[in-house]
Design a protein around this ligand. Structure first.
Ligand code: ATP
Ligand code: MG
Length: 348
């Protein structure tokens, strides 16, 4: 079996239609989901009493068609953007949050959460140790670094290792760099069946930022047993679509909302969430410290729980530096990327 290519399916379908219909199919309208497969779940808005068709339409058009989006919204966001009364917004938010258990909890609850946390191996012992055991479930880990440092390679390795553990992978591909050949090489190196691995990876090829957000939501609702969500890369579309200063605030707001959704989903599903990120050269830092800084500003920096910087060395050698985690010391290790995938670096 080949992986389900959500984005390409939508694209293929669109290509058979008239040109104006292509845009409509590839870019889902705000709040309007692309068609789902399988059994139909009752829409959250239908379960809340007092929500009439006009309010429902306003909410859906403003991008608040799901309980996830509503649970993570603020009252003013919900009423300002969709134009509904603040009282109604309050009811909706309270109801959506109650379904996710987002209320106050005793500290002991977090001890239990810590117990359910799991770690996904990178296939390099040194790399796993840097991360306290591997990529952790329940929060976002960012992998940042310059072109060719290995962000997509690490993502492929994590995908193979996740399926090996019996879980499914959702891969949001914004740059068209998911490669079944790499999955195959890495699977073979671990004596795994490539087709079996591929059948548990759902790839959404995203053609713009709005499509990226819609596909993420769709995939996370559709795939039942998610152990890993990868967004490779987080910022590529946002960066090119929101180029000027005037659109920066809007861009940051969208990214914040998108990352909050992924973060919450990773907590609810207890899965690993990985976003890869590009870096921009800081010209004034040429002589002082690290000249490379992940893009996306404070919104990305604050929202990700773990930040990893990857550097390219000679041949297969790479370094990974942990620069942010709430409970681990910063640190740096060496690892390698070869045909088999990610491994400990054994050279000098
Ligand atoms: N089959 C392979 N065998 C060995 N090394 C490989 C193989 N495929 C890729 N690589 C290594 O991985 C590098 C590419 O890494 P990768 O695509 O993960 O970079 P990236 O950080 O995602 O870059 P970008 O920012 O452009 O997306 C290649 O330059 C090469 O060093
Ligand atoms: Mg890449």
């Amino acid at each position: 079996m080949k992986p389900i290519i959500l984005g390409e399916k939508i694209m293929a379908k669109a290509e058979t239609k008239k040109e104006d219909a292509v845009v409509e199919d590839i870019i889902p309208e705000k709040g309007k989901k692309t068609k789902k497969k399988g059994k139909k779940e009752q829409n959250f808005l239908d379960t809340v009493s007092g929500i009439g068709p006009t309010t429902r339409k306003r909410l859906e058009e403003a991008g608040f068609g799901s309980k996830e989006a509503i649970a993570l919204a603020t009252r003013s966001q919900l009423s300002d953007i969709s134009g509904i009364a603040e009282k109604t917004a309050n009811v909706l938010i309270r109801e959506a949050r109650s379904q996710f258990d987002l209320g106050l909890k005793p500290g002991s609850h977090y001890a239990k959460l810590g117990e359910t946390r799991q770690y996904l191996t990178t296939s390099s012992q040194a790399f796993d140790e840097l991360l306290g055991g591997g990529f952790e479930t329940g929060s976002i880990t960012e992998i940042a670094g310059e072109n060719g440092c290995g962000k997509t390679q690490i993502s492929h390795q994590l995908a193979v290792n996740c399926v090996k553990n019996g879980k499914d992978v959702v891969w949001i591909d914004t740059e068209g760099t998911f490669r079944f050949t790499r999955i195959s090489q890495m699977a073979k190196a671990l004596n795994l069946d490539t087709d079996e691995i591929l059948s548990h990876i759902t790839v959404g090829r995203a053609f713009n930022s709005e499509h990226q957000m819609a596909l993420t939501e769709e995939a996370l609702t559709m795939v039942p047993n998610v152990g890993l969500i990868i967004v490779d890369s987080l910022m590529a579309h946002f960066r090119s679509e929101f180029a000027g200063r005037s659109t920066l605030a809007e861009r940051q707001q969208l990214i914040g909302k998108y990352l909050a959704f992924i973060s919450k989903q990773s907590e609810i599903m207890n899965c690993v969430a990985v976003v890869t990120n590009q870096v921009s050269a800081k010209p004034d830092a040429m002589f002082f410290g690290d000249p490379n800084k992940p893009i996306g500003g404070n919104v990305v920096g604050h929202t990700v729980t773990t930040r990893l910087m990857i550097r390219k060395g000679k041949d297969v050698k790479r370094t990974a530096t942990l620069t942010k985690n709430p409970e681990l010391p910063d640190g740096k290790i060496e690892f390698s990327i070869d045909t088999d995938g990610i491994r400990d670096y054994s050279g000098k």
